[in-house]
Write a protein that binds this ligand. Structure first.
Ligand code: GRF
Length: 313
């Protein structure tokens, strides 16, 4: 299976980025660091990443300019996930919304405790016995998204914010690669991918699901099938959505456009196309669009008409 392409956003030292990068060198790591972005041209971590042969981009520090430039380079590098690692700027809500569920952050506290800055100072002042770090999904609210993993770090007698931060950082370097690996592996699992298709297919009018030749298959109730999910069919190693298209010309055009993503599904013929779901950069809105189109091809006139009318509003 292809490794998921991750971009790391940093502002300075970049030691967590380095931990991710070196973890990714293990052959069985499910992600690769494909891009390192910084809002700070001087960020130490940029030199390390460049030295390791990774694409880097030092982008304008003003947020509007940053986001426009980031959008372009993230698309160019076909990035599937973003890992914030010591990125000291708040990203605008529209950017966060576009990456919802695909952008992680590491924070040096046991969230939900001590969000924001000066976490170690506050943990010590509160007389805590343990501190720690958390990896969480990024939402519009600061340090507030679902926690994916945490490590506790004991507070020692005489600890200062600096000594505690240094020890928590060691835990961070262990936690981030492990949590990111588990997250992207889950997102690439057949169960997760089928569930993504299912949610979109069953949202279409009068759609239902059956198993056909062992494949999850979606059709109109008592009617024709409009989508199959092919999971390692005859050991082909692919997880893909099969949908109806207009015919051989469109099939050939799609395959020519992107032969890594589209293919001619064996036994299905020219009226269908296979769309890989396991490349790590699936555009789920586009998948919803393919499902709707395919549904329209097989839907009885009565239903298709309803859908077209609804689309006009
Ligand atoms: C880390 O403590 C991280 O938890 C916090 O900022 C620090 C970044 O350190 N968000 P580095 O740049 O990864 O070395």
């Amino acid at each position: 299976m292809a490794k998921a392409r991750v971009a790391v956003f940093i502002s300075g030292r970049g030691s967590n980025m380095a931990a991710l990068l070196y973890a990714a060198k293990a052959p069985d790591c499910p992600f690769e660091i494909a891009l390192v972005i910084s809002n700070n041209h001087q960020a130490e971590g940029l030199k390390l990443a460049a030295g390791e042969g990774i694409a880097t981009a030092a982008l304008p520090s003003g947020m509007r300019g940053f986001v426009a430039a980031a959008d372009a380079v993230l698309a160019e590098q076909r990035i599937a996930f973003i890992a914030l690692a010591g990125f000291m700027r708040i990203l605008p809500p529209d950017f966060v919304a576009r990456w919802e569920g695909r952008m992680l952050n590491i924070h040096p506290s046991l969230l939900p405790k001590y969000k924001g800055l000066e976490t170690h100072e506050r943990a010590l002042a509160a007389g805590e016995a343990v501190a720690g770090c958390s990896v969480h999904l990024v939402t519009a609210e600061l340090d507030d998204g679902k926690v994916l993993g945490q490590t506790e770090v004991a507070i020692l007698p005489g600890d200062t914010p600096e000594s505690l931060a240094a020890r928590v950082l060691i835990a961070e370097h262990q936690l981030y690669p492990r949590t990111l690996a588990a997250f992207v592996a889950h997102e690439a699992s057949p169960d997760f991918l089928v569930a993504q298709v299912r949610a979109r297919a069953l949202a279409l009018p009068e759609a239902d699901e059956v198993l056909s030749h062992g494949m999850p298959c979606f059709g109109i109730i008592k009617g024709k099938k409009f989508a199959y999910v092919s999971v390692d069919h005859h050991g082909d190693g692919k997880i893909a959505l099969l949908v109806k298209i207009s015919g051989p010309e469109e099939q050939a055009m799609l395959i020519e456009q992107d032969e890594a993503r589209y293919y001619r599904p064996a036994y299905f013929g020219d009226g269908w196309v296979g769309i890989r779901l396991d490349l790590g950069d699936t555009d789920w809105d586009a998948i919803a669009g393919w499902l709707e189109r395919s549904w329209l091809v097989v839907a009885p006139a009565r239903l298709g008409k309803l859908m077209r009318v609804a689309g006009e509003f």
